[in-house]
Design a protein around this ligand. Structure first.
Ligand code: MG
Length: 310
């Protein structure tokens, strides 16, 4: 397996020594700081082998880490994969998993620079570590939002959760939202543009769902938020937008949520990705949803809750 992975790619930018020694040797660009993120992807929790093709599992487990780097405005450098596989798993599954992961890595010029393998007593377990960098002091944190800041999201929301719901209901996923769930694209370029233009006062990626991830920004920034229900950009299935609850609470869209100071002008698109103003940062700690029936309290009921409820 390691030999196969090794053939996938030689050292890229910043990777002086990848697979083939006791440690990888990496170089952080001068004047930059290291960003490190780690994510588990567990069979039965984050994916199901009967629903998710192996390429999708490999893609998604790396997309989670790259999305975290995007949320800091960072530049990914190297990926590490620890993989535990049950005995009897077909070799073709592993090959296709690695292909899904390395195809996404290549598209962002990131090297798979090491990892570990073991036998799993039950189910596939993948732990992905992504190392990235950002110029010193310039990584965009969750803690910078202030009352009065405008709140934006990239892309459209709820497509991944709507697709998961179709899978749970035993239906064939609609092609319109297929890739949003199976092959989400981390917003690395948008994150970097926001950092370079100094537009974002705070940022997070939407992995757990808008309500939950917004709550993380509010907590770290000691602020509240009001969101405007009718402008939240929702993914469409057929010609209809997905249900608002998918847009508000559905996870795994891997879009970005960020705040900007009131005086800033944010373009409608960044790197060909739509950017939509969806609310305001307010004083206090409350989160509110302004809809047709007036303001209601917006509960953080992201992914875990959302999944259990179904
Ligand atoms: Mg994150």
């Amino acid at each position: 397996l390691i030999a196969r992975i090794r053939r996938q790619g030689r050292g890229g930018r910043g990777v002086l020594k990848g697979i083939g020694d006791d440690c990888a040797v990496l170089r952080i660009p001068p004047g930059h700081e290291a960003l490190v993120t780690t994510d588990f992807s567990l069979e039965g929790v984050h994916f199901r082998r009967e629903w998710h093709p192996p390429e999708s599992v490999g893609h998604r487990c790396l997309a989670r880490g790259l999305s975290d780097i995007a949320a800091m405005g960072g530049d990914p450098i190297a990926v590490f994969l620890s993989l535990a596989l049950p005995s009897g798993l077909p070799q073709s599954w592993v090959d296709r998993f690695i292909k899904g992961l390395t195809d996404l890595a290549k598209s962002f010029r990131v090297t798979l620079a090491g990892g570990d393998t073991a036998q799993s007593p039950d189910g596939v377990l993948a732990d992905v570590v992504v190392l990235g960098s950002a110029p010193r002091g310039k990584a965009i944190l969750r803690s910078g939002a202030r009352p009065g800041d405008k709140i934006y999201v990239t892309g459209s929301l709820g497509g991944s959760a709507a697709t998961l719901k179709q899978l749970m209901d035993g239906r064939k996923p609609s092609s319109r939202c297929h890739d949003r769930h199976f092959f989400p694209q981390p917003r690395i370029e948008v994150g970097q543009l926001l950092r370079r233009r100094r537009l974002a006062s705070a940022m997070i990626d939407l992995s757990d769902g808008l309500s939950t991830d917004l709550a993380h920004i509010c907590k770290e920034s000691s602020v509240g938020a009001e969101m405007w229900a009718n402008v939240i950009p929702r993914a469409t299935i057929g010609n209809a937008p997905v249900a608002l609850e998918f847009g508000l609470h559905g996870g795994e869209d891997y879009e970005l949520l960020f705040a900007t100071r009131p005086k800033e002008t944010v373009p409608r698109q960044l790197g060909r990705v739509a950017v939509t103003e969806v609310g305001r940062v307010i004083r206090g700690r409350g989160m509110f949803l302004l809809g047709e029936n007036g303001p209601t309290v917006l509960q953080a009921q992201g992914w875990e809750h959302f999944r259990k409820a179904r």
